[in-house]
Write a protein that binds this ligand. Structure first.
Ligand SMILES: [Cu+2]
Length: 144
């Protein structure tokens, strides 16, 4: 009897800890889920738009076997809105050293906002097997 109560109490405490960690991640660490957006139509031309001094929009195309644009230079402390789509098959999109981990899905646009505080050369890799040249798929974001 007592062992059952103890197990129940421990399970309740673990659940409360999990719930608190979810709230901590969402509100203190601002960890967000990528969104599949519907108000931007899938595009067929990559582009980089400077919205204001430290705010950029990058429209990425993931295509067998490259990301376009292949290199983007932005200043430190820039906030970047990433729009990502694919004209062929599903690709992955991970910016190393960040928590950006997206999927490029044909016919859909994936969106995520990221801020680059540290200067450096950030490599983008495909993490979804997409064909014979998959391992060569990469792109760079250079934060100056
Ligand atoms: Cu791939």
């Amino acid at each position: 009897m007592n062992a059952e109560k103890l197990a129940l109490n421990l399970a309740s405490i673990v659940l409360l800890i999990f719930f608190a960690l979810i709230l901590y991640g969402a509100y203190v660490k601002n960890i967000d889920l990528p969104t599949c957006i519907v108000n931007v139509k899938p595009f067929d031309k990559e582009r980089v738009v400077q919205v204001s001094e430290n705010k950029y929009e990058i429209y990425y195309i993931a295509r067998q076997f490259s990301f376009f644009p292949m290199e983007v230079k932005i200043p430190r402390n820039s906030t970047v809105d990433i729009y990502l789509t694919s004209p062929d098959v599903t690709h992955g999109f991970h910016i190393e050293g960040t928590n950006v981990n997206l999927m490029a899905i044909p016919g859909a646009v994936t969106y995520y906002r990221v801020k680059f505080k540290e200067p450096g050369k950030y490599r983008i890799v495909c993490h979804e097997y997409c064909g014979l040249g998959h391992q060569n798929m990469m792109s760079w974001i250079i934060v100056e």
